[in-house]
Write a protein that binds this ligand. Structure first.
Ligand SMILES: NC(=O)c1ccc[n+]([C@@H]2O[C@H](COP(=O)([O-])OP(=O)(O)OC[C@H]3O[C@@H](n4cnc5c(N)ncnc54)[C@H](O)[C@@H]3O)[C@@H](O)[C@H]2O)c1
Length: 457
């Protein structure tokens, strides 16, 4: 039987091997190292990956890992055995479809009729207990990010964790602690951090090309689902769906299909509404362009929020507006608007607008419009973000969106939700990460959430 001590030893020696190989290769080729250099056929050279939460976003993420020749997806995990009804009725996802996708892909790659090397789990703790898994991709609902990250870090896995980093500010601080204590690599899923266009746009802003930035507008999309209204009735839990493990640390609640797959984002027990969903992209860009990655605003103010009728299943605000102010006077306004425009920086001498999930950006005055920023219409930075993560797993260097960056960006989303929930103007001490002044007791009580007794890490 494998003890935790020899598991640790095995993991460490395997990691050292990966790192040594990367370091040796880096002398000749400092940036991207194709799998062939490592000997793709050598299992000891591959980064073994387990994918946890293979739904709407987890499946495309899994496909991004499959495409990287120097890693091998050896396991998938989902509390849903397999069903349709994710974002759209025809979206079939879950652990069985995900395993089939892995097996189909590798069978095609190896030109063999069958491939059986991917295991499927219901309980992520079984996946994390495996010695041979180096890294995990986490794309469960937001309420799972913190417990899974902490457990994965303790199990010695590197982590690609979907955005927003966590459900609460306090929870995210615990994630940082776990990642740093166990010396893991964590890439937050705000993939625009690996998008060269967004990088250029943010560098342009920070270079002073548009003068002093006075205001940044960060857009979040409105609800794209309505859900059942007041008087909705619970439904029986479908076969093959482990609802208790889906809820995990969240409060006990009657099952309804619109509570779970994809739609969890519209419920405050599992997510922060569209503010965290989109803000982890647009506010993340704002933070990057403002050069505020290791700090945050000093004030946050509720401006406006609208909700579905009381008693509806979805309780997150449908339309929102909040304002933050930084110590240097810059203002960040985050509101419900067309999400294909992500972020607009208004400077004293010009403007930079990042569009289309970072596929484009525009800058005025036209003289500073970068020349090479056209014609990449189908580009999605998710692939580069996964590649960056795997490179950092090898080199042990910081990824494009490390845990602290994910934390600071998601913190602003949580601050917005707290101010909106309290309908208040609040003072935030970004050093101690606590509210101070009026209503601070109320606001500080929302930095963490109670965990259901059923769930024990
Ligand atoms: N980076 C991006 O652009 C992007 C886009 C969409 C979603 N996301 C993020 O991805 C995450 C998932 O969102 P989604 O839209 O894919 O939701 P989803 O509901 O479609 O997928 C989540 C999956 O996790 C599974 N799951 C729930 N609890 C689990 C557990 N304990 N163990 C294993 N699996 C579990 C669910 O059954 C489901 O299949 C969210 O945090 C979301 O913010 C990121």
């Amino acid at each position: 039987m494998t003890t935790s001590a020899n598991r640790e030893q095995h993991t460490v020696s395997r990691r050292n091997f990966l790192k040594t190989t990367a370091a040796a290769t880096a002398l000749a080729a400092p940036y991207y190292v194709p799998a062939s250099v490592f000997g793709a056929n050598s299992p000891s050279n591959r980064i073994n990956v387990g994918c946890i939460g293979v739904g709407n976003q987890g499946l495309p993420n899994l496909q991004r890992f499959l495409k990287q020749g120097d890693c091998q997806v050896v396991a998938v995990c989902d509390v849903n055995r397999g069903s349709d009804g994710y974002k759209e009725p025809g979206d079939v996802r879950g652990r069985d479809p995900a395993r089939q996708e892995v097996e189909r892909y590798y069978a095609e790659q190896k030109s063999v009729g069958r491939y059986n090397g991917c295991d499927a789990y219901n309980d992520f703790r079984e996946l994390l207990a495996r010695d041979d898994i180096d890294a995990v991709m986490l794309a469960p609902p937001d309420h799972w990010h913190e417990p899974m990250t902490i457990a994965a870090a303790a199990a010695g896995k590197d982590i690609y964790c979907e955005k927003p980093l966590g459900l609460t500010i306090g929870g995210q601080q615990k994630m940082i602690e776990a990642v740093r204590k166990h010396r893991r690599i964590l890439q937050t899923g705000s993939h625009e951090r690996s998008n060269p266009l967004v990088r250029q746009a943010c560098e342009l802003v920070r270079s002073g090309a548009i003068g002093d930035v006075k205001r940044v507008l960060a857009h979040v999309g409105r609800h794209n689902k309505v859900g059942p209204g007041p008087g909705w009735r619970p439904m029986p839990v479908p076969e093959g769906f482990d609802y208790d493990l889906w809820l995990g640390p969240a409060s006990e609640a009657p099952y309804h299909e619109d509570r779970c797959l994809y739609n969890f984002r519209f419920h405050y027990d599992y997510a922060g509404g569209q503010i965290t969903n989109f803000g982890a992209h647009s506010i993340d860009m704002a933070q990057w362009g403002l050069g505020m990655d290791d700090t945050g605003p000093t004030h946050v103010e509720h401006i406006y929020a609208d909700y579905l009728p009381k008693g509806s299943l979805f309780n997150a605000a449908t339309h929102t507006f909040f304002r933050c102010r930084y110590a240097n006077g810059a203002v960040l306004e985050c509101f419900t608007a067309e999400p294909s425009v992500r972020c607009i920086f208004e400077g004293t001498e010009g403007l930079v607008r990042i569009d289309n999930q970072g596929q484009n950006f525009f800058a005025t005055p036209r003289g500073i419009w970068p020349k090479e920023l056209t014609g990449k219409e189908k580009y999605h930075s998710g692939d580069d973000h996964v590649r960056n993560f795997l490179d950092c797993v090898r080199s042990r260097s910081e990824p494009a969106a490390p845990v602290e960056v994910g934390h600071r960006s998601a913190t602003i989303c949580h601050l917005g939700n707290i101010a909106i929930g309290l309908q208040a103007k609040l003072k935030w001490d970004h050093k101690s990460e606590h509210f101070v002044g009026d209503r601070s007791d109320d606001a500080n009580s929302l930095l963490n959430r109670p965990v259901r007794e059923w769930w024990q890490a």
